[in-house]
Design a protein around this ligand. Structure first.
Ligand code: 4NP
Length: 152
């Protein structure tokens, strides 16, 4: 079983979309995809309606996901941890204790734009259009991630 964790700040906008998109591309019997936030601001809450709606528009159901904070245990439980932006990356790495922990973490858009350190922008204070942009960025990244995982 290969386990992938998507991480943003609130775990209500970007990482629930990333979880839903990647999970839709991988067989459930060999892959676990989850998501978490570097904050506990929205712990226990369902994803933002704007994320739920854009995912539904593309045939992906994320409405039953609930927000949870990222913890040190996630380094043990997951094989790869994808951060949406530099701030998430910094917050995740601040909890890492070993090189093995650190080596599991990367910026998600480095998968489809290697070594460029591009970020998935925080859409929380944006309009619906911001959510569409984020969806498309994550769709492209997850396409590359899924292909690589399935080719391994
Ligand atoms: P996310 O978006 O990190 O993509 O889930 C945000 C959600 C909530 C907040 C910030 C970003 N907030 O400050 O409450």
């Amino acid at each position: 079983m290969t386990k992938i964790l998507m991480v943003c700040l609130g775990n209500i906008c970007r990482s629930p979309l990333a979880e839903g998109i990647l999970a839709s591309k991988l067989p459930k019997d060999s892959f676990v995809v989850d998501s978490a936030g570097t904050s506990d601001y929205h712990k226990g809450q369902y994803p933002d309606n704007r994320s739920v709606n854009i995912a539904r528009h593309y045939g992906i159901d994320i409405c039953k996901q609930t927000s949870r904070p990222f913890t040190k245990q996630d380094f043990k439980d997951f094989d790869h941890i994808y951060a949406m932006d530099q701030s998430n990356l910094k917050n995740i790495l601040a909890l890492a204790e070993t090189n093995s922990d650190r080596n599991k973490v990367s910026l998600i858009l480095n998968e489809n734009y290697p070594h460029t350190d591009k970020e998935v922008p925080d859409p929380y204070y944006d309009s619906n259009k911001g959510f569409e942009t984020v969806f498309n960025m994550l769709e492209d990244a997850c396409q590359v991630i899924a292909k690589r995982l399935l080719d391994q």
